[in-house]
Design a binder for this molecule. Structure first.
Ligand SMILES: [Zn+2]
Length: 357
């Protein structure tokens, strides 16, 4: 049976269009979007530009004037309640005529009646129907070395002598990585990208200046963010999260959940905790544990007050909370490391796994 997609198609004057029709009318749609008629090649090039634009806007684009694949799909009124098979068929049709690039992937945002183009990292090999992959990096290879340098250089050396550093990692202990892996999980990645797009939307709607830099970010993590095109609109950054090795199988399958990150009385609420300091991540990883390098959507960050109660949940308009070093207090103990807290697993994509030796 042919997949039928419901479209409003105000400008194209169609109420319903099948994927085959969508495909056959691609030149017309391309023209409607402002491409030269019949210029599929031009269209492909333009779609690359539009993809870049969509990425710059965190997966969405604010208006038709600015173009973008999302806007183009919205402009033809693509409904947000598209079944997975239809979604795949649309993506295949758009890909075939060059409107969608090979690495792009279409996801439907449930309650917003819009499609989001998810740009899958170039190195991803897995597809949405497949089991999540764990890809090994070469031991002693370039990435392995850079990651190990990052662990060594992102420790909080300065405050260690004051011994408020609750992570208490011995100064002479060198953190080594026995194995470095990358998780490729389309299902978790898609949820993450949809969440990221909704945060970008939210910030755009409120026209808020959310810029809230993360201090003490290791240069390798910054370079990685820029190389992998993390969205600055939604304030997405790479941060560290320590966890026991026994949690890895579940994290690989389902991503991070707050059950992996309950800190009991030490916490500011049931959430997922991240840091830029390897010593802090190691506190939760422990010997033989894992330090995860995660994409984290921080959005608007709320700095927790200096007299913070034992439990805290981020309140709108904030999307995340920050326990700030030297400022946020909990039971008379001042925070030593900056910690970032998000309250949904969808805000996180655990990407690299560093097995601590
Ligand atoms: Zn520390």
């Amino acid at each position: 049976m042919e997949d039928v997609v419901v479209l409003h198609a105000k400008a194209l004057n169609v109420d319903r269009i099948s994927c085959l029709q969508l495909m056959s009318r691609a030149p017309e749609i391309a023209h409607h979007l402002g491409y030269a008629p019949g210029g599929i090649q031009k269209g492909s090039r333009a779609s690359m530009g539009m993809s870049r634009e969509a990425r710059a806007f965190g997966g969405g684009v604010p208006s038709m004037e600015l173009g973008g694949v999302t806007a183009s799909l919205q402009s033809i009124g693509a409904s947000g309640t598209i079944k997975p098979e239809a979604k795949r068929a649309i993506a295949a049709a758009l890909r075939k005529v060059g409107i969608l690039a090979d690495g792009d992937h279409v996801a439907a945002m449930q309650d917003r009646r819009q499609l989001v183009v998810v740009e899958v990292p170039r190195y991803f090999e897995s597809r949405e129907d497949e089991l999540p992959l764990l890809v090994d990096y070469k031991v002693g290879g370039f990435n392995h070395q850079r990651a190990e340098e990052m662990l060594q250089e992102s420790r909080l050396w300065d405050t260690r002598d004051d011994c408020h550093c609750e992570c208490s990692l011995d100064a002479d202990r060198t953190l080594q990585i026995s194995r470095m892996q990358r998780i490729e999980n389309m299902k978790v990645f898609e949820k993450f990208k949809l969440y990221e797009a909704s945060v970008a939307d939210d910030l755009r709607r409120r026209r808020q200046n959310h810029a809230s830099p993360v201090y003490g970010m290791h240069p390798w993590l910054e370079r990685l963010a820029s190389k992998n095109g993390l969205s600055s609109v939604s304030n997405t950054v790479y941060l560290l999260h320590g966890t026991a090795a026994r949690n890895l199988a579940e994290i690989r399958k389902e991503g991070l959940h707050s059950k992996f990150s309950l800190h009991g009385s030490q916490s500011y609420g049931q959430g997922l905790y991240f840091t830029v300091n390897s010593c802090k991540a190691f506190q939760y990883a422990g010997d033989g544990g894992c330090i995860l390098v995660c994409r984290v959507v921080l959005g608007k960050v709320e700095v927790l007050p200096s007299e913070c109660g034992a439990r805290f949940f981020a309140r709108p308009p904030a999307h995340s909370a920050k326990a700030q070093a030297g400022y946020t207090r909990r039971q008379n103990a001042v925070q030593v490391h900056d910690e970032y807290i998000v309250f949904s697993g969808d805000a996180v994509y655990p990407e690299f796994v560093l097995h601590v030796a």
